[in-house]
Design a binder for this molecule. Sequence first.
Ligand code: SF4
Ligand code: MG
Length: 338
Amino acid sequence: QQPFLSVKDLKVHFSTEDGIVKAVDGLSFDLVKGQTLGIVGESGSGKSVTNLTILGLHDPARTQIDGEILLDGRELLTASEREMEKLRGNKMSMIFQDALASLSPYHTIGTQIAETYRKHTGVSKREARARAIEMLRRVGIPQPDVRVDDYPHQFSGGMRQRAMIAMALVCDPELLVADEPTTALDVTVQAQIMDLLKDLQQEFGTAIIFITHDLGVIADIADDVLVMYGGRCVERGTKKQVLGAPRHPYTLGLLNSMPSLDGPVDVPLSPIPGSPPSLLNPPTGCRFHPRCAFAEKVPGGRCSSERPLLDVVEGRGSACHLELSQRDELFADYAATG
Ligand code: SF4
Ligand code: MG
């Protein structure tokens, strides 16, 4: 199947008062329709920046962007702001952690959904209102024909998140970017929203990019997984490959710091020591080397001097100087000793 979205060697660099921030430094991936790509990483790993770039939401005067982003065969990086406006909300759309940031407090929920629909389809106000009610019903808002006239503040947090999803999906986008959309919600509502997204994906065949720092969420929703660290992809593969048999020490660290859903609750988690790298002055060589438990296993100090390249074979890849056979052994020991 032809990829619906194809990102090739994407680089996003910002000019700041302190210098150039290399927020994304050479990222490539493909996504086909109906599939979910999970992008996981700590804050500042470049995952959100990547997606804002796909959506064309950066200030061009302060951002240097290189590479290619093809959406359904169309190059987005050279598209005009007008073209991007047309695509956003229509062919591609987004949901965020904070629904209040994407919903206006001054207009009813129904008006906002209806206006998004009208903007891209040109239908009458009456038709758009009917569509808004239909979308609210689909995302599970009770009494949608009444609640359609509520303002965002009259909705609970979970309902606002649903309303935002309704607005994002009102034009049947083929690509949905979801950036930590459930992080602020309690566990029960979070599970409901995840189920809703899965159902809607089934129904509409949407391609989804799901950005999160939470591997539990990835385990729940992703088909393929891309692990980002310091603006680069350090590991990728199917969910089963990445979560079941991680190849990068950073992924291993993330897995070890994740509470197991069915395991005993009193096992201490082992968060990865240290903090994410500065993107103004990233570490040389492997960007993970200051935090990596295995760096001394690689001879010649290569971890701090030489950048490990992402070796991708049939979608499976990792960027680490350790031999693959060596990793199997080391990782098994690490898991055993914690
Ligand atoms: Fe660790 Fe070296 Fe592999 Fe980087 S290249 S993840 S520092 S072992
Ligand atoms: Mg983010």
